[in-house]
Ligand binder design. Structure first.
Ligand code: CTP
Length: 424
């Protein structure tokens, strides 16, 4: 995970907290940012302090906390905090604070700080679904996004009380990762609205019997990070997830759960029909047992020898999508992105094997990473190359700088964006 490098100066992050019940989650956000080596200044509104006490924020951030422009006037805080910030994140951002910021008001320390800030400003809304969907809020969100403020999509789920819907504050760790993505220079500026993006993630499970399967160690993290960043750029995202680590559902994405390669194949076919971008980040099993037993196999049972398994090949989903595009069954301008996790050996490097795979698969972009010896699978950081074809038919590789899976996702999506623009 990308931490502030030892010896480099910590970044100044202002955590604004407005008055909603999710204010307690801001404590986890502050802790996460501090643990990554950043200097955090919490600026709550007066109403936020009705939910969480000043002492908690002071203890967690190690910095003084005030709410009013008339506190410590000699330090000119209402200007200094915003001027020296590398990022301002407000979590939770209520409908009221967004309305105030959209109007350019500055009647407390938090709104004054936002008005002064020239750094990335990220709002993580949390409110009841009715408030999120109200025309006034929609207009304010559109105004803020147009002005370059990042307004994150809220998560779907249980709200205060019995209702569920969009309006939940995303997981604080997700917010922190998105803040770091912006700090790494990748804006989440909602420029993908109107695009449909389908992403597969995780590993498949091929069952031998009802309780045993052949699987792999893919965590699903890269695919989930892609879904998160694409949704925060405004795309309509369908995330088709196989077996993964326990990961929060990316805010704003629809999730479809599958287990086997054939289920994944069916789901990808169904959802790719109107897609503008399809990304196959899933680790798909190439083979499955020829016959899955209906009841649990017994050691030494006659007929089925567990020591030898007959396997049959699974469909190549990515190659199939390339063929469907050629046959006009999916949009002709749909961009298809593959992943290749390679290890080098005596006969070739990881990149050389990936070049061969890129040609064989026929996709538009191939994200390559070198795996093995503790690299990539299950790790929080990633890096690699994105392969593409130039107009002259040469294969070009773009370096994906090391970073968190969200930062890598942003770089991959930048390559997709670049290709889409070049083809239009
Ligand atoms: N893939 C797929 N369907 C499969 C196997 C792989 O769509 N049955 C996709 C993966 O999601 C990935 C890309 O193809 O985007 C490359 O996967 P990989 O397993 O590296 O490629 P294989 O073709 O299986 O080649 P090999 O395992 O021999 O390296």
């Amino acid at each position: 995970m990308s931490k502030t490098q030892p010896g480099s100066s910590p970044r100044n992050i202002v955590v604004g907290v407005s008055g909603g019940i999710a204010a307690y989650k801001a404590c986890h956000l502050v802790r996460n940012l501090k643990e990554h080596g950043d200097n955090v200044r919490v600026v709550p509104t007066a109403n936020a302090l009705k939910f969480v006490g000043k002492a908690t924020f002071e203890a967690l951030s190690g910095n003084p906390v005030s709410t009013d422009v008339f506190d410590n006037v000699d330090e000119v805080q209402h200007v200094n905090i915003g001027q020296s910030a590398d990022a301002v994140v407000i979590a939770p951002a209520t409908a009221d604070i967004m309305a105030k910021i959209a109007c350019g008001r500055a009647d407390d320390l938090l709104t004054a700080t936002v008005l002064v800030a020239t750094c990335p400003v990220i709002l993580a809304p949390a409110m009841h679904t009715e408030m999120w969907e109200n025309g006034a809020t929609r207009d304010n969100v559109a105004t803020l996004r147009r002005r370059g403020i990042t307004v994150l999509e809220p998560a779907h789920g249980r709200l205060t009380g019995k209702d569920t819907g969009p309006g939940r504050l995303p997981d604080p760790a997700q917010i922190a990762e998105l803040v770091r993505t912006e700090l790494a220079g990748h804006r989440l500026n909602f420029d993908w609205s109107g695009k449909k993006v389908v992403i597969s993630a995780g590993g498949t499970r091929e069952y031998l019997d009802p309780v045993r399967f052949i699987g792999n160690s893919s965590s699903g993290r890269q695919g989930f990070a892609l879904a998160e960043v694409a949704a925060q750029r405004g795309a309509k995202v369908v995330l088709v997830a196989g077996a993964t680590d326990e990961l929060p559902v990316p805010s704003g994405a629809e999730i479809v759960r599958v287990e086997t390669a054939r289920e994944l194949h069916d789901a990808m076919d169904k959802h790719s029909q109107a897609a503008d971008v399809v990304i196959m980040a899933a680790a798909v099993a190439d083979y499955r047992p020829a016959d899955a037993a209906e009841s649990k196999l017994k050691k030494g049972s006659s007929g089925t020898a567990l020591s030898t398994l007959e396997m049959v090949e699974n469909p190549d989903i990515l190659k199939g999508l390339v063929e469907k595009r050629e046959a006009g069954q999916i949009k002709s301008q749909c961009l298809l992105v593959g992943f290749a996790a390679e290890t080098g050996d005596q006969s070739g490097s990881a990149l050389e094997y990936a070049l061969e795979k890129f040609r064989r698969k026929g996709c538009d972009l191939l994200m390559v990473n070198e795996v093995g010896r503790g690299k990539v699978f299950g790790q929080l950081d990633n890096s690699g190359w994105v392969l593409s074809e130039t107009a002259a038919g040469e294969v070009e590789s773009t370096v994906v700088e090391p970073g968190s899976k969200q930062v890598v996702a942003a770089q991959i999506l930048d390559c997709v964006d670049g290709l889409a623009r070049a083809r239009n």
